[in-house]
Write a protein that binds this ligand. Structure first.
Ligand code: PMT
Length: 219
C-alpha cells in the first residue's frame, strides 16, 4: 500500500463533465468520462487523505472511502465545490465544466418545427477562477484541455485563475485527454518550473500530480 503522505489532509477533487439541460430529455455536454478525476480521488485516498469528490454524471465506481457528491450542471458543481472549499487543503479540478448553458430550460420536451432552431447560451461561472480569488491557504491545481498552443494557453489559465499548478493536457492525442485510460501532460508551476511527463496511466499520473501537491503542502 502507498505511503500515507496525505494523512490528515482534506483533498477536494472534481471529475467528469457537466450537463446543461435544454429540456427534460436533452442536454449540452462534453466527452469527459471522469476517469482522470476518479483516478486522482483514488490515489489521494490511498495516500491517507480525506477525499471529497464532486462528480458529474457517469458510471465509474466511486473509490472506497471517498465521499462523492453527484452533480449535473456547472451551477450545481459550483455550489458543491464552494461548500467543501473552506475545509480543503488542496483542490484538484479535473472536471470539464461547461462554459455556457442554455438561457432557457424548457419545461416540456421541445417539439420539432419547420426550419432551424436557435439556441441562446449564457456564460456559466468559472468555478476555478472564483476559488483563485477566494483562496486563503488552499493549494489550487487546475487542468487545461487544449488542442493547440497547449503550454501557452495553460500558462495563461494558471495566471488568470491564480493557481499553484496547472496540468496541461493536449487533448488532440487519441491516447490522452478525454476518455482514454492513459494521459500525457506537462505540469506547470506558479514559480515557472515545468515538468514534462511521458504517456502513462491516469492512475500513475494521479500519483505524479499528488507528488507535486505533497511537496507544495510541505513548503
Ligand atoms: O474525464 P476524462 O475522460 O478522464 O478526461 C480527462 C480530462 C481531459 C477532462 C481532464 O484531463 C482535463 O483536462 N480536465 C479539464 C477540462 C477542461 O474543461 O479544461 P478547461 O481548459 O476548459 O478549464 C480549465 C480549468 O478550469 C479546469 O480545471 C476546469 O475544471 C476549470 N473550469 C473551467 C470552466 C468553468 N466554468 N469552471 C471551471 O472551474
Amino acid at each position: 500500500s502507498a505511503v500515507k503522505d496525505l494523512a490528515g489532509r482534506n483533498i477536494l477533487v472534481t471529475a467528469g463533465g457537466t450537463r446543461e439541460p435544454l429540456d427534460p430529455v436533452r442536454y449540452l455536454g462534453n466527452r469527459s468520462t471522469g476517469k482522470m478525476g476518479f483516478a486522482v480521488a483514488a490515489a489521494a485516498q490511498a495516500r491517507g487523505a480525506h477525499v471529497t469528490l464532486v462528480a458529474g454524471p457517469g458510471s465509474l465506481p466511486v473509490p472506497e472511502g471517498v465521499d462523492c457528491i453527484r452533480v449535473e450542471t456547472a451551477l450545481e458543481m459550483r455550489e458543491a465545490v464552494l461548500r467543501a472549499f473552506d475545509a480543503a487543503d488542496a483542490v484538484i479540478k479535473a472536471a470539464a465544466v461547461a462554459d455556457y448553458r442554455p438561457k432557457e430550460r424548457a419545461g416540456q420536451k421541445i417539439k420539432k418545427q419547420e426550419g432551424s432552431l436557435m439556441l441562446e447560451l449564457v456564460r456559466n461561472p468559472d468555478i476555478l477562477k472564483e476559488l483563485g480569488e477566494k483562496k486563503t491557504h488552499q493549494l489550487l491545481v487546475g487542468f487545461a484541455a487544449e488542442t493547440e498552443h497547449v503550454l501557452d494557453y495553460a500558462r495563461g489559465k494558471l495566471e488568470k485563475k491564480n493557481l499553484d499548478f496547472i496540468v496541461a493536457n493536449d487533448v488532440s492525442r487519441k491516447d490522452a485527454g478525454f476518455s482514454a485510460d492513459t494521459n500525457c501532460v506537462t505540469i506547470l508551476a506558479r514559480d515557472g518550473v515545468c515538468t514534462e511527463h511521458p504517456l502513462m496511466s491516469k492512475r500513475q499520473l494521479a500519483d505524479v500530480i499528488l507528488d507535486h501537491v505533497v511537496a507544495a503542502l510541505g513548503r
